[in-house]
Design a protein around this ligand. Structure first.
Ligand SMILES: NC(=O)c1ccc[n+]([C@@H]2O[C@H](COP(=O)([O-])OP(=O)(O)OC[C@H]3O[C@@H](n4cnc5c(N)ncnc54)[C@H](OP(=O)(O)O)[C@@H]3O)[C@@H](O)[C@H]2O)c1
Length: 267
């Protein structure tokens, strides 16, 4: 695998934990210098120190809430002079439970972080990549992107946006020498599912390790694929949702499963 061809630096949003942290580690191993972004400065500092000492690469940090005013403009300025070739738009949050019982403020923040932030960052970096004729964007979608998911309604819809947006950009930007990948993990062992008030043992799903998800993503990027869903069972679920069941039936199925596994207080 050689994703190093894209340039000197890789930028990863949401690098302080989970899938983003594993992207940072894997890309450091590939020889990239890194720009790491998230809110928790201490986690970023620790990771940067580890990667600089062990791999001898340069790591720049930007501790910022990506949904704060002018965050993207500030990042644009911060990265202006760097030869960034690969951008992983990974930072995300989820909301769950009965939509009407959730906080509208949280829902708005989530939609901003999961959809608006990657769209704006893609605009900035895709324009830079077009100028130099190379580069790559990796977007974090989800297996939830493939159908309507009751009790994760807004989160799943934000991921459907990302999946469709990334797959469209893949086609638009390929002739300009730019690779775009939509990564759709299923349940992955990170801090995110720990915050979900549901009993996953009641669901017909298995959990994957974040480093395995990243390995599959980098392999797919290397093969210039438009989309990847790591894990056999996840692939099968996505295939069923798209090809084998009416949209209304798969939405009802997810609604029933989630209602049984979720804490009744939030339904
Ligand atoms: N885990 C799963 O089962 C799963 C499945 C499918 C898709 N995904 C997607 O994978 C991506 C990574 O999630 P994860 O599972 O690795 O969860 P995670 O461990 O909670 O990581 C989320 C990352 O996003 C950052 N982040 C959150 N809010 C932010 C904000 N306002 N500004 C800047 N950074 C922010 C967090 O850092 P700070 O808190 O330090 O800001 C953290 O680094 C997300 O887009 C998620 O939707 C996850």
């Amino acid at each position: 695998m050689s994703v190093k061809k894209y340039g000197e630096y890789a930028l990863v949003t949401g690098a302080s934990s989970g899938i983003g942290k594993e992207f940072a580690i894997a890309l450091a191993k590939e020889g990239f210098n890194l720009v790491l972004i998230a809110r928790r400065k201490r986690e970023l500092d620790n990771l940067a120190q580890e990667l600089q000492e062990e791999m001898g690469i340069k790591v720049l940090l930007y501790s910022i809430d990506l949904t704060s005013p002018n965050a993207i403009e500030k990042l644009d300025t911060f990265t202006q002079a760097l030869n960034i070739g690969l951008v992983v738009l990974n930072a995300g949050m989820q909301t769950h439970g009965s939509f009407v019982k959730t906080s509208l403020e949280e829902q708005e923040k989530m939609l901003n972080l999961n959809a608006m932030v990657p769209m704006k960052m893609a605009y900035i970096f895709a324009n830079r990549f077009v100028e130099k004729g190379s580069g790559a964007l990796v977007f974090l979608a989800s297996t939830f992107a493939y159908q309507a998911v009751p009790f994760f309604s807004n989160y799943a819809a934000s991921k459907s946006y990302i999946l469709n947006f990334a797959e469209a950009l893949h086609v638009e930007l390929a002739p300009k020498g730019i690779d775009v990948l939509a990564l759709s993990p299923g349940l992955t062992k990170t801090e995110m599912p720990e915050k979900i008030a549901m009993d996953f043992s009641k669901m017909p799903i298995s959990i994957m390790e974040a480093d395995t998800v990243v390995k599959k993503a980098l392999h797919a990027l290397d093969e210039q694929k438009s989309s990847v869903t790591p894990g056999g069972r996840n692939k099968m679920m996505a295939f069923m949702a798209q090809r084998m069941m009416p949209r209304s039936a798969i939405a009802s199925m997810f609604g029933n499963m989630n209602a049984k596994a979720m804490n009744p207080n939030i339904l």
